[in-house]
Design a protein around this ligand. Sequence first.
Ligand code: AKB
Length: 342
Amino acid sequence: MPRRKKVVLVTGASGEMGHGLIQRLSQRTHFDILALDIKSLDERLAGICHDQIVGDVLDPRLLERLVSEFEIHAVFHLAALLSTRSEFTPETAHEVNVRGTLNLLKLAVEQSRWHGRQVLFLFPSSIAVYGLPDFETKSSAGAVKEDEFNVPTTMYGCNKLYAEHLGRYYAEHYRQLAVEQKKGIDFRCLRFPGIISAFTVPHGGTSDYGPEMLHAAAQGEAYDCFVRPDARIPFMAMPDAIEALLRLMEAPADHLTRHVYNVTSFSPTAQDFADRVRTAFAGAHISFVPDAKRQAIIDTWPAELDDSAARRDWGFSPSLDFDGSFDDYLVPNIRERYGLKR
Ligand code: AKB
């Protein structure tokens, strides 16, 4: 039988998180990286990957071809349509976010059976899985735990919550009526808050106002913030988000008490964000022009997350708080990126 190459598969590799992940992952795994995205990778990232495939997670032939050529030991399934974009095309979002995830879970469970080791499946979920019923509840809820308020109002939130359940099913109950009971996959999931990167600007999310106002200010552009000054959701800086994924990947299975973990770092209001951006970029022109409908989505997401399970089980501890994110990571790198003096 021809030998297949042993790889870690990263879907959505060209996206925001893929950019940050691939480099750090290459230093942390002995497997080669196989990147999959509908867009080709930039040259620097392509150079780090063993191989890149330009294609769609919805294409079953492509996935079959992958399996014939590669022995997949871990999957980082990052490909998704974010919350705002999903509201414009809910059925397409369902295809990508649910059908795409199902395709990858099936591939992972089949691979586990081929090579006899459970495939590790890392899945980024989101604060969008929460749906707080009204503003009063949001204000009084405090730090929300994983099993509270799981009543999302967005297509993206519904998709992510269901995909979490699919992951649990493929890990624990897949084909439970079969005569021969075999272990499924090793499904591990993080519920991320809004993420801010110095190197990329997100597209199609509802937490985008934070990174958008920062990158606009650095380029000397005026920015109309689409939420109210008092809008508050949790955020974290991209390096901490990547480190959380890698830490969870490396955590011994017997330390984990759940499949899905909250992670967070800081919870500023949009006004706090704007003030901090103005301190970093004097003269930044930020106005608040709330869009009632996008604000309504933010109002259903928690202001704070309880990440005590992640801290307890696998030592999650973000290294960048609000000030640290700006001073040590965002501002210096963004200044360099846009060619500004330090
Ligand atoms: C979005 O806004 O859709 C994402 C998320 C919070 O998952 N950034």
